[in-house]
Write a protein that binds this ligand. Structure first.
Ligand SMILES: *Cc1c(COP(=O)(O)O)cnc(C)c1O
Length: 374
């Protein structure tokens, strides 16, 4: 009894034969970096996501960093970032010398609120970053739910902003029939092992509909050269290796089935947890949520979490401190109360176990534990 937050060993157990086989092939090939598996994976992901270019990199964080760099963001620029997300979204902005400008979230989806973006861009009150230096936004498809891209893209167009999607948690999610990560100027994915499409180590992907931007991304990940030993600009070492690419190709073939199972688990949670006064995750009309997390809101969150743990059910809090209140960003001068919805989400959110290998009996056990913990 008891339900762990995650069970990557169970996932491996189900695909072990195939994984072991491709790993042996890579080990015997002697080709470990940017080889045939990386090329094949990039083509498979490009076709799957419906984008012009798909460039694998060493992590989701690097995908964000290199995308911002490829778009020419740098010193003195401001980038709109939701106040409630993983730190990497904002850290990537800091890496290029730009400044994260935080925006509050929608209370029902936890994604960056386009109304708050509109307010910020049109408000004439003095702002920490001159409005004309706001040059990009990074909507985050948090927990696997696409941000409301239509109004965000409209605002970006009318204010001349680049749009970098943080799709680290949302591979396979759709928005009005198109895949998240293929809607803006660049899309960024993470293959961190716990993500919906996870490697057995670190990995990431940057996508774009612009071939020239794709070429620049491909150069930035290998020292900024068009040709070996000739360097046009300062580049990085951000390559994916063949072992990760081979693993990801096996898992990409399972992703559709895994996403369907995540959605079935979400439906079972919804049926079991309805009518208890909890706030269950909303699915944005016109979008498909891929449930990287099943995030509920509970007023007395920490006590509920303690009691479910006593019943053997692990839960998690993503994320307990919004970015504008992180010590890292103290110098930006934000204060408690600046982004009330981000702060309330940080207090109330509770993520339940969510992975395709969960059995119906385990889901029911989680439901029972939550009910008895309220
Ligand atoms: C995981 C994650 C990242 C970073 O990805 P890494 O592969 O761990 O570098 C960025 N943004 C969000 C929202 C994430 O969940």
């Amino acid at each position: 009894m008891g339900v762990p937050l995650l069970n990557l060993k169970a996932q491996y157990g189900r695909i072990q034969n195939r994984i072991d086989e491709v790993l042996r092939e890579v080990l015997q090939s002697g080709h470990f970096i940017l080889g045939p598996n990386v090329a094949a994976l990039e083509e498979e992901l490009r076709a799957f996501l419906g984008v012009a270019r798909a460039v694998t990199v060493a992590s989701g964080t690097d995908a964000l960093h290199l995308s911002l760099r490829a778009l020419g963001l740098g010193e003195g620029d401001g980038v709109l970032v939701p106040a409630f997300t993983f730190v990497a979204t904002a850290a990537a902005v800091s890496y290029v010398g730009a400044r994260p400008v935080f925006v509050d979230i929608e209370p029902d989806t936890f994604c960056m609120d386009s109304k708050r973006v509109a307010e910020y861009l049109t408000d004439t009150a003095p702002a920490p970053q001159p409005k004309e230096r706001i040059r990009a936004m990074i909507p985050v498809h948090l927990y696997g739910q696409p941000a409301d891209m239509e109004p965000l893209l409209g605002l970006a167009r009318s204010h001349g902003l680049a749009v970098v999607e943080d799709a680290a948690q949302a591979v396979g999610a759709t928005y009005h029939g198109r895949y998240a990560g293929g809607l803006g100027d660049a899309g960024c994915f993470s293959f961190y092992p716990t993500k919906n499409l996870g490697a057995m180590g670190d990995g990431g992907l940057a996508t774009t509909q612009d071939p020239a931007l794709g070429d620049r991304l491909a150069r930035l990940r290998v020292y900024g050269g068009r040709q070996r030993y000739l360097h046009d600009e300062l580049g990085f070492n951000s390559r994916l290796d063949e072992i990760q690419a081979a693993v990801l190709r096996v898992k990409l073939a399972c992703l559709g089935e895994w996403t369907a199972r995540r959605r079935a688990i979400a439906a079972r949670y919804r049926a079991g947890l309805g009518g208890l006064g909890l706030t269950l995750p909303l699915e944005r009309p016109g979008a498909t949520h891929v449930y990287h997390q099943f995030a509920i809101r509970v007023a007395d969150r920490d006590a509920v979490r303690r009691r479910t743990a006593e019943r053997g059910v692990q839960t998690a809090v993503y994320y307990p401190v919004p970015l504008h209140l992180q010590p890292l960003y103290r110098e930006l001068g934000y204060r408690p109360g600046d982004f009330p919805e981000a702060e309330r989400a940080a207090r109330e959110v509770l993520c339940l176990p969510m992975y395709p290998e969960l059995t119906d009996a385990q889901v029911d056990e989680v439901v029972e534990a939550v009910k008895r913990s309220l």
